[in-house]
Design a protein around this ligand. Structure first.
Ligand code: SF4
Length: 276
């Protein structure tokens, strides 16, 4: 029986430039996220566990397909719930695929879990969502998020202490930490920058301004609106004030549903059948 559920496989062009490159990042979206944030923009799969069960052989074929399509890397999105079953797949992928493996996670995972991935993951791409634990509880029901994420990202940095890019600016090893700035979330964002700087001031940080309210939070007094330019600018100021120097920012024009992947299970099923 398959232990893995996935909801989308495809080239994704809207990650950071060093991840998407010119040909796209080879994303595999796993069903169910261990955080289940109220405002999640991928809510269709993160909360509803919508997806198709696959075994390791099928997953490997899909990864090979992405590489054949030109993917710069294999980008495992919200994979943490599947760590144990993914290890043997990653073991086989290591000798088969000649591109980096990206672990694109919520940041809310244990050091013990991450230690299992040592030697299999080339690039860690975690979120650091909250420095404010009350916010973490209110929006994601995550206890002690700040401490858990700080320790997790510290472990990721231990495993990948250097950020390595090729001549085309594509990342091959390293860590990029993402923070989605929330409405009324400037102090939270500033705190996140300070937490990251305390781990490593040279860490790449992607300060994301693409928040938009999904139907689940459309009526929420705080989450029911987009970010303002002033809030985003203040979050960026916090990045510099914390002593961080390496990072990515966004135009707020990208705050649109257009950038949310389409989770078309019929298309995924057809692809799986075609690759058999
Ligand atoms: S961590 Fe990201 S993918 Fe997971 S529920 Fe929260 S916003 Fe969604």
């Amino acid at each position: 029986m398959a232990d893995i559920r996935i909801a989308r496989v495809g080239l994704h062009r809207f990650e950071e430039p060093c991840i998407s490159g010119t040909r796209g990042s080879g994303t595999v979206f796993f069903s169910g996220c261990n955080l289940r944030c109220r405002f999640c923009q991928n809510y269709e799969i993160s909360r509803d566990d919508k997806g198709i069960p696959v075994d390791g052989d099928t997953l490997l074929r899909l990864m090979q397909y992405l590489v054949d399509e030109g993917a710069h890397n294999i980008n495992l999105v919200t994979p943490s719930n599947y760590t144990n079953v993914l290890i043997p797949v990653l073991e086989r992928a290591k000798s088969l695929l000649k591109v980096p493996i990206v672990w694109n996670s919520s940041g809310y995972e244990s050091v013990a879990n991450l230690k299992k991935l040592e030697g299999y993951v080339d690039i860690y791409l975690p979120d650091f969502k909250y420095s404010d634990d009350d916010m973490a509880w209110r929006y994601s029901h995550a206890k002690g998020y700040r401490d858990v994420a700080a320790k997790a990202i510290g472990e990721m940095r231990r495993q990948q202490p250097a950020d390595v890019f090729d001549d085309d600016g594509i990342m091959w090893r390293g860590v990029i930490v993402r923070h989605l700035v929330l409405p009324c979330g400037v102090e939270n964002a500033r705190g996140v920058s300070r937490e990251i700087a305390a781990i490593d001031k040279s860490m790449y940080v992607s300060m994301m301004g693409q928040y938009f309210p999904t139907p689940a939070v459309a009526d929420d007094p705080t989450l029911g609106r987009r970010l303002t330019e002033e809030e985003y600018d203040a979050a960026i100021d916090g990045f510099f004030e914390a002593g961080l120097t390496n990072g990515f920012s966004q135009s707020l024009d990208s705050a649109t549903e257009e950038y949310v992947p389409d989770f078309d299970l019929g298309a995924l099923e057809s692809l799986i059948a075609r690759l058999k």
